[in-house]
Design a protein. Sequence first.
Lengths: 327, 338
Amino acid sequence: MPLAETTLVEAINQGLRRLLRERPEVVLFGEDIGAFGGAFKATLGLQQEFGEARVFDTPICESAIFGAAIGMATQGLRPIVELQFVDFGMTAVHQLLNNAGTMHYRTGVAVPMTVRAPCGGGICGGPFHSEELEAFFCHMPGVKVVYPAFPADARALLVSAALDPNPVIFLENKYLYRHVKEWLPADWEPIPLGVAQVCRPGSDAVVLTYGAMVHEALRAAEQVEQEGAGTVMVLDLRTLKPLDADAVLAAVAATNRVLIVHEGWRTGGFGAELAALVAERAFHLLDAPVVRLTAPDVPVPFAPELERAYRPGADTIHAALLELLDY
Amino acid sequence: MSRKQTKATPPAAARSRSAQAALPGSTLLRCMLLTQLTEERLVRLYHQGRISGGVYISRGQEAIGAATAAAGGPDDLYAPLIRDMSVHIGRGEPVLDIFRHCLGRVTGPMKGRDGNVHYGCLARGVYPMISHLGAMLPVVTGAVMARRRQGRPAVGFAYLGDGATSTGDFHEAVNFAAVFDVPVIFVIENNQFAYSTPITRQFRCRNLADRAVGYGIEGLAADGNEAVDLYRLVRGLVDQLRARPRPVLLVCDTMRMRGHGAHDDFSYVPRDLLERFTARDPLDLARARVIADGALTAAEVARLEQVCQAEVDAACQQALAEPPPDPATLTEGVYAAG
């Protein structure tokens, strides 16, 4: 089968195109996603191909976008809405927390909607275009949270997210949009939500991570191995909620040393949840204290020098791994 | 038709049947009576300590929900708010289910997972409200958009008070509906107070209907206490919106004649304002109207009240005897299985 070099944002576009083609109940809407193709071009060409009734622009109104999606999802449509940046979703997060996330528990009626949200730093977006908010979303009952790191996973998980009967926050790391490419076949199968992936084997430590940090961790693990300091497993969680706890615990059992990496804030970050899981269920397997490497509790700074200091990277992961392996 | 002529028409049963088709008065009155009697009983249950949390009643606003609920068709979608029990009843919610719900019974429409004013039935097109004011307005808008895509000629009824007109969600939803020509009637119940805050602290415009101009839509101001007139107005409006889909602001002037909740003595309400609206109590107006229109005789009104009271009594007794939810089910159903 011929392979095509595919960026993550192109893979998202392929996933959306497949959903629009195969599922007449799928509609896409958001700000600038129509003829313009979206701020990051994730919806490029989709309005032209599927028409304005199914792919359309809205006013700037995140709460009305979420609210309308909830209304549509409860009436037989399968809306996929785009936040231009995840940061802007916080003006309307009450719709997800209180309306979408509670609907099935209260009424037994499903809300099959997906929110696509570009997130994360590394592009000098400053405090309001770089936020990494997965911990907020994971805190909400009734909502699922997916965060792919590779193009193949992105398109395959997006289909599963959209076909899930629940509200799903689908996080797309915008640094990865064009910095990560894979050679992909034209035919592909969906990947179920809630399944983590070992993307590098190793037996001396594991990095539990997701999103852009998967790629930083892979570089750091490669360097550690080349230096002969040990072999490091990298576990890409892919779905944060529901979390693949079995995969996490198996990785801890296989390595006995745990480094957790994310580019979101430290206090109440998703890493705290992972550390708690390991402490509660795999404490007896640990040869060293669990280590978290995260952004500090600081607004995302703009200047490249500051942002580099703010965001974990292969260099800081490498240093943390050496310390962990030396414990 | 004058009152005299109506009264002269022969046999009571035949007259009732034909009058029923032409005059909604008795349907509206029944809905309003059931609402008032149910709420009175709920307040009593609350003060007896048999209802947990709180009780929030609509006394004084029953006509708005009764009239707008009756004006809709089978495809129409509703998102009633705090003081809209008459919408629920008007759209077919059994009084029994309201008691089950308020008592937190597992047999209720929310199975004890939410209480007081937060209930609905999506199978009947009635969305259960969340507490965040304005939050349901875009939901109804999107739901109507979806139904119309499926070829169903839906119109939406989205309810809010004067207080919720100050929220960002109100602006976003009305503008969204305007941009997409979604036929939603935003029913603003101007009941003079948002909890303890008077309307002078809520808005500066002469009438909230004036806000429609800014959205490029029509705004109507109506008497929210005259059920029959309001029904006729809204019935015509629904026909217009089906023919030419677009949102409308419908501002209904009324008054919350009790506290925010059963816990609230509403001592902050000026007595002269209360007296002014008491003189136009929607239940009194509806009773007088059905008799004046010849839809019912005074004796039939009295009989209707007895029947409604008996229904409320029976529903209350049955709901009280039904079981609460099993704590073992606490974590069930957070997610839809798929």
